[in-house]
Design a protein around this ligand. Sequence first.
Ligand code: ATP
Ligand code: MG
Length: 267
Amino acid sequence: MKNYLVKPGSKVSFKKCDPDGKRDMPFGKGKAQDKLRDLVDELRKLQSRLYAGHKHRLLIILQAMDTAGKDSTIRHVFTGVNPQGVRVASFKAPTQEELDHDYLWRIHSKTPAKGEIAIFNRSHYEDVLVVKVHDLVPPKTWKKRYSQINDFERMLSDEGTTIIKFFLHIDRNEQKKRIEERLNDPKKAWKFSEDDLKERKFWDNYQKAYEEAISRTSTVWAPWHIIPSNEKWCRNLLITSIIVDKLKKLGMEYPKPAKGLDKITVK
Ligand code: ATP
Ligand code: MG
């Protein structure tokens, strides 16, 4: 399967990124769902070793336009893992206390500890996305943030955190469809927010902001993947397989039993 990695130093253009994903899949939806089940199970086993080993940390960053499926990705991909070792951090508009600190303050405290997986539902990237699109801080401030973010992620990586970043790529029509579903399906209505309509008007600005952010911050130590997400089954399969691949490369084993365990008898 293609892994949709953004090569460090390359310039991203969404025009060249298919949001559909089906065309590049080696199989159809039915087979993909079987594969996903296997991969989710593999992820469960790998996370069990990550947790037991208490050595590696994994940080997964999810960014996307509204309705692209960050929540649903988390539900589907991590459905099998032990909740003890996984934390989801959702970053909304900052509170006054957060605004009174630097923009990485609230982020750093949510990064994973040894043995943990942290999933960021939005992240410090909002500080070069929504902040840029809506002029929330002057350009001279946000322009410095790309290299600050690269340095911050480099530090995390040097200290033993594996970082994988995903942009869930949908097109404008798909977003329209999904907002309409939220309006028309009573089970989805709770997800509808007027803000999604307001932000949709800035679609082009957001796409440009994303292209720039991804181009400038896909690094060897914290690479971006642009995941075609119009089709949820493609999205889930690709993301799970990339995470499983990365975890496998860590070569994790359960810690060796302490010496003398074989001599202990439980009375
Ligand atoms: P969902 O709609 O699926 O519940 P969401 O992530 O869109 O999830 P919302 O509460 O709708 O959650 O939106 C959070 C909002 O907070 C987004 O519009 C986002 O751009 C905004 N936000 C996040 N970080 C920042 C930031 N640093 N500065 C300003 N706004 C931010
Ligand atoms: Mg929202």
